[in-house]
Design a protein around this ligand. Structure first.
Ligand SMILES: *Cc1c(COP(=O)(O)O)cnc(C)c1O
Length: 435
């Protein structure tokens, strides 16, 4: 048995002996902030408890998969009830219909919806569909946008990929360089990487443009005025499809996601994170004529043994049921309180940091200017981020262990919790300033 005070380190040692790097997703290994990851034993509301019994005020919230707080009773009950009825059938269920209907109600551009099991699957499938529907091969993505880990999208992909990626030229229209070993040049030969916040000039070879409508994997980078509408117009001009990757923004930024907030309607939308209530769900949806190119109606193959899983759809439905109009009002107020509080605390301590807030989303950039693209985002002071990360963790506040992630305040981060985070951040900033 591990002694309580070394349980995290003991588990990490065991993990490293059996799991590459000790983790099942690279950012969790703390490589960019240093130190030993905490192993979570349980979580509730805004808190997680690690293997040593230490309580952390959690701003990671499963990178945005959790919006109502950990272990929300309504979501737990929905999962328990579903589980008692069987965990997977390989046949359609009513809950899948309900979840698809709920997505379409909130995001009317999703005339048809297909459920998958992750955000990666959603974007990967949406690209195949866009290529199949247009008969074109080439796609455009933006530097610093992360769309999961499928081969064709692992180029200048932000998030933890930024930490292993070779410096790649990202001039407008540059053909992509793979962002990972093991991705053949051929897999990204039809991926064109363009700078974020500049509308690229397209031609008739482009199947689709995929974009994070608010970039949240290079820190928080908001769309410049006219960027999203410009993409819509340019796609229309050449007959390319516009794909919004709303895996983070969907059901978090607004009831109808980024497309509702900015009034730009994509042809296809990708979802994940929030719609699973913490379980494995992704979805993609869009124009009926495009979506009906999917098998079994059309020639574009896409499938999944666990797609529409009963537990996952139950959790997703329960999560969305908590997200009424009032929830978004509260989430925005929480984001403003947290962002404003952190900015004031850092300013008071003389710590150079910018805390952009966009609706319900909060970023944290260690630098003097809020970035507008990946080049600017990569000027973030990673050493300063690591120092802040540890100063906060020592005081019981958990940020993501990587400088390109955002903060995920949710419905469980009530004012008193936010104020506690801000007070601890002020202490952390003062300690850093004092050296
Ligand atoms: C997290 C994320 C994905 C990938 O989702 P997974 O469920 O991790 O596969 C795709 N796009 C965006 C914008 C994301 O933030």
């Amino acid at each position: 048995m591990a002694t309580p005070s070394t349980a995290n380190a003991d588990l990490f040692a065991r993990a490293q002996a059996v799991i590459p790097g000790g983790v099942n997703s690279p950012v969790r290994a703390f490589r960019s902030v240093g130190g030993t990851p905490y192993f979570v034993a349980r979580a509730e509301g805004p808190y997680v408890w690690d293997a040593e019994g230490t309580r952390l005020l959690d701003l990671v919230q499963s990178y945005g998969a959790i919006i109502a707080g950990h272990a929300h009773p309504a979501i737990v009950a929905a999962i328990q009830e579903a589980a008692a009825g069987g965990t997977s059938y390989g046949a359609p269920t009513e809950r899948e219909v309900l979840l698809a209907e709920e997505i379409r109600t909130r995001v009317p551009a999703c005339e048809r919806v297909r459920l998958v099991s992750s955000g990666t699957e959603a974007t990967m499938s949406a690209l195949r569909l866009a290529r199949g529907a247009t008969g074109r091969d080439r796609i455009v993505k933006f530097a610093g946008n992360y769309h999961g880990h499928s081969d064709g999208l692992l180029a200048e992909a932000g998030s933890a990929v930024a930490l292993i990626e070779a410096e790649a030229g990202d001039a407008a229209g540059a053909v992509a360089v793979p962002g990972s070993a093991g991705v053949p040049a051929g897999a990204v030969a039809d991926t064109i990487v363009a700078p974020y916040n500049v509308v690229p000039e397209l031609d008739e070879t482009i199947a689709c443009v995929i974009v994070e409508p608010v970039a949240a994997n290079m820190g928080l980078v908001t769309p410049a005025p006219g960027f999203l509408a410009g993409l819509r117009a340019e796609c229309d001009r050449v007959g390319a499809l516009l794909v919004f990757d709303e895996v983070i923004t969907g059901f978090r930024l607004a009831r109808g996601g980024a497309q509702a907030r900015y009034g730009v309607t994509p042809d296809l939308s990708c979802f994940g994170k929030v719609i699973g209530g913490g379980l494995n769900v992704g979805a993609f949806g869009g124009r009926a004529d495009v979506m009906e190119q999917l098998a079994p109606l059309g020639p574009v193959y896409q499938a999944g043994t666990l797609s529409g899983n009963p537990l996952a759809t139950a959790a997703g439905l329960a999560a969305l049921a908590l997200l009424d109009d009032d929830a978004y009002v509260r989430l925005e107020a929480t984001a403003a309180r947290l962002g404003g509080g952190l900015q004031a605390a850092f300013d008071a301590a003389g710590l150079t940091a910018r805390i952009p807030v966009e609706g319900t989303l909060v970023g944290l950039f260690m630098g003097a200017e809020v970035p507008l693209d990946y080049d600017a985002a990569r000027t973030t002071d990673t050493t300063a981020y690591a120092a802040l990360f540890h100063a906060l963790l020592d005081r019981g506040v958990a940020l993501a262990p990587g400088p390109y992630e955002i903060l995920f305040p949710g419905l469980a981060h009530v004012d008193a919790v936010v104020d506690e985070v801000v007070a601890l951040a002020a202490e952390a900033a003062d300690a850093i300033a004092a050296g």
